[in-house]
Design a protein around this ligand. Structure first.
Ligand SMILES: [Zn+2]
Ligand SMILES: [Zn+2]
Length: 147
């Protein structure tokens, strides 16, 4: 971490992109993502973020191709080595697989799957579970009918 103005400007842009992501979530009829400290975050968030950071470090991190300037960026738990833009995130919803069993989670409908969304320091992190996995896993999501 440094205090130089360039770094701070980038941090501000990232924060603004996070605010934008939050507004988009709310505009799509969903609650704002949960904010949490790394210590309080559920394991899936820590694991997803670790995969993303590792990929960033070793240069294997991929991008969806629409990400240029800082903008709302999403990390999908099932593909944590790739950053996607908001449109790709939205389009992926119907086809996403359950993070536990790999089966279809069908989250186009809020009630099709159970999605948890956490706002990380830069990106928004999202995990979906199918109904079958969400029920025994308990209320670990942040919204959808599994809460
Ligand atoms: Zn994209
Ligand atoms: Zn499942």
């Amino acid at each position: 971490m440094s205090d130089d103005p360039a770094h701070l400007a980038v941090t501000d842009q990232i924060r603004a992109a996070g605010d934008h992501a939050e507004r988009l979530l709310i505009a799509s009829g969903r609650p704002a993502p949960v904010r949490t400290t790394p210590e309080q975050a559920p394991p899936w968030f820590r694991e997803t973020r670790a995969v993303m950071l590792r990929a960033e470090e070793d240069g294997s991190l991929r991008y969806c191709g629409h990400l240029a300037a800082p903008q709302p960026t999403v990390v999908l738990a099932e593909e944590a080595d790739r950053l996607v833009c908001w449109d790709c995130y939205t389009e992926a919803q119907a086809l996403r697989s359950c993070h536990l069993c790999g089966g279809p989670a069908g989250t186009r409908s809020l009630y099709g799957g159970v999605e948890a969304v956490i706002r990380g320091p830069a990106a928004v992190y999202s995990r979906v579970l199918c109904q079958a996995c969400a029920e025994p896993a308990g209320p670990r999501g942040t919204f959808g009918n599994g809460r």
